[in-house]
Design a binder for this molecule. Structure first.
Ligand code: FES
Length: 124
């Protein structure tokens, strides 16, 4: 079982590996898809409306369900966010912070697009 503790936010300056995840076309517009890196499920979001990409752990810390890639994305003020499809806990896509409750924050990861491919940054 993958625990929340296995996920650790990676800052852009700490990236040591850019993992080539999938072509841009594999990610639905204004939605998410799940990728796997070394046993970790990572939710990658193609936020077309903002022309931004985000990556977070796929594991919702509430009931430890691997569901966040299927969450609805939107904005709260200026903050891009994802709502868990199960019980609607909402998290910032930028910081991972839980925006409406007491659940712990999500780990977040840098994303870059190169030659129509999506790369997610990790620290090995
Ligand atoms: S499992 Fe995500 S809010 Fe409950």
């Amino acid at each position: 079982m993958i625990l929340t503790e296995h996920y650790q936010t990676v800052a852009l300056e700490d990236v040591t590996v850019w993992f080539k995840a999938a072509p841009v076309s594999a990610f639905p517009e204004n939605g998410g898809a799940c990728i796997k890196y070394k046993g970790l499920q990572i939710a990658v979001f193609n936020f077309t409306r903002r022309q931004e990409w985000y990556a977070t752990q796929n594991l919702c810390p509430h009931k430890r369900e691997m569901v966040l890639a299927r969450g609805m994305i939107g904005t709260a003020g200026a903050e891009p966010k994802v709502a868990c499809p199960f019980h609607k806990n909402t998290f910032s896509l930028k910081s991972g912070e839980n925006l409406n409750g007491s659940q712990c924050a999500l780990a977040t990861y840098p994303v870059k697009i190169e030659d129509n491919y999506v790369y997610v940054g990790f620290r090995d």
